[in-house]
Design a protein around this ligand. Structure first.
Ligand SMILES: [Zn+2]
Length: 166
């Protein structure tokens, strides 16, 4: 499973969409099956996410051993290589910048704290029921998840754990 942060074109509502794969998403979108839960619009696209930034110069790291086709087309406009993007400092800064926006998105998700990486991985590999979660992961954990193709981007933004919110 993969989760995308989506946004409707008419009103900019943000919501999460879960799909079996990236091509599943493309397919469902093309058939008008993805609609905004707030206004019902089918004019939906991926919200701008932090992992799409920082893909410039030597920050672009697509291992030659993996996905030759992707490596042959390292266009910044090609967002399909998100899984291979490392986390440069400016991306971390970007995560912090969008934290406020994402706070809204995670209201419907469950805080899992320190077990986030473990839970996200278990869901990815079908060992656990898929649910919207957020929690704490180290940069290394996050990097590993991303390298495994697990879409964790919206969850990388530092958030205040419920137990520390007061
Ligand atoms: Zn909407």
């Amino acid at each position: 499973m993969i989760v995308f942060d989506l946004q409707c074109a008419p009103q900019g509502h943000r919501f999460e969409g879960w799909f079996g794969s990236s091509s599943d998403y493309e397919d469902q979108l093309a058939r008008g099956l993805v609609s905004c839960p707030s206004c019902g619009s089918a004019a939906v696209g991926k919200a701008v996410m932090a992992p799409n930034v920082g893909r410039k110069g030597n920050q672009l790291a697509i291992p030659a051993s993996r996905g030759g086709a992707a490596a042959a087309n390292p266009s910044p406009a090609d967002a399909t290589g998100v899984a291979n993007v490392p986390l440069p400092p400016e991306a971390i800064a970007m995560f912090r910048a969008v934290a406020a926006m994402q706070a809204e998105a995670i209201k419907s998700s469950t805080w899992v704290g320190e077990t986030f990486a473990e839970d996200a991985r278990a869901m990815h590999y079908g060992e656990k029921e898929v649910a919207a979660i957020h929690g704490r992961a180290t940069i290394n954990e996050a990097r590993e998840l991303i390298e495994e193709g697990i879409a964790v981007a919206p969850l990388l933004v530092p958030v205040v754990p419920p137990e520390e919110a007061n």
